[in-house]
Design a protein around this ligand. Structure first.
Ligand code: SAM
Length: 267
């Protein structure tokens, strides 16, 4: 039994909630459905709950883990399952584009992870910066975060995260996971989501920094109208030129509306 080698207690500050429900682990592996030649990369392998089943299925895997106490037992236990490359680093410092290039020209990564919940948004934004190097992502997150990621315009939880992720990815919530599936159990429900980056032509954003600024400003003061929230970023004439009513609030504007506004020439 390989788990016996993991002796350290779960570390709260690293968001460690280890999955133990075999049924849930099986559903994650099934959702990823690794195929020969795929370049799988797991973020935060922990004690290997998803790592070893993925290795059994695929034979090789790269993992990124920040907790030094887990590196040795993980490496040892993996020997019985396949070839594991362990990157001991903060995932936010990992250049996914360079990592993909290591697999050969044009290679793309398939990211998997039961993410540390305290870092979920930074990890998602970091992945977006490397979207061209990523084929897809399967992440376990707080259910509330997955709801925000997938929310349509007009929904109470539609916001910056929804617009930024839906602009660059197809977002598909897959299934909900109760706290009892983890040790120790988190306080909230979790959910598994699939993100598939869109090809750049489909994204259609001319200047990603401008797009990000507009979305941030629009939702920075979500009760304000676009005219007021975007003051200093876009004026009423530009908002109208994008086909939007300046009296609307950000939560009423769909992703395409934000893209049109960001793509207008500067005033
Ligand atoms: N995959 C394991 C599972 O499902 O049981 C563990 C998931 S646990 C929710 C999150 C994992 O991410 C932990 O192993 C934790 O040490 C790791 N982690 C936390 N912060 C990290 C960071 N900045 N970079 C890489 N890994 C990190």
């Amino acid at each position: 039994m390989t788990r016996a080698q993991f002796t350290e207690p779960a570390k709260k500050h690293l968001g460690q909630h280890f999955l133990h429900e075999r049924g849930i682990i099986g559903r994650i592996v099934q959702a990823v459905d690794p195929q020969p030649g795929d370049h799988l990369v797991e973020i935060g392998p922990g004690q290997g709950a998803i790592t070893f089943p993925l290795l059994d299925r695929h034979g090789e895997l790269t993992v990124i883990e920040f907790d030094r106490d887990l590196i040795f037992p993980l490496t040892e236990a993996a020997r019985a399952h396949g070839t594991l490359e362990v990157i001991h680093r903060d995932v936010l410092a990992v250049d996914f584009t360079a990592l993909a290039r290591n697999f050969g020209p044009g290679a793309q990564l398939r990211l998997v992870g039961n993410l540390p919940y305290n870092l979920s948004s930074p990890i998602l934004f970091h992945a977006l910066e490397h979207a061209a190097a990523i084929r897809d992502m399967h992440f376990m997150l707080q259910k509330e975060v997955v709801d925000r990621m997938a929310a349509p315009p007009g929904s109470k939880v539609y916001g910056r995260l929804s617009v930024m992720l839906q602009a660059y990815c197809a977002v598909t919530p897959l299934f909900t996971v109760p706290p009892g599936a983890f040790r120790p159990p988190p306080k909230v429900d979790s959910a598994v989501v699939r993100l598939v980056p869109k090809p750049p032509a489909q994204v259609g954003i001319a200047d990603p920094a401008r797009f990000a600024d507009i979305v941030r400003a629009a939702f920075g003061q979500r009760r304000k109208t676009l005219r007021n929230a975007l003051a200093g970023v876009a004026d009423a004439a530009q908002i109208e030129a994008a086909g939007l009513e300046p009296g609307l609030r950000a939560e009423q504007v769909d992703v395409a509306g934000f893209v049109r506004l960001a793509n207008l020439p500067a005033a």
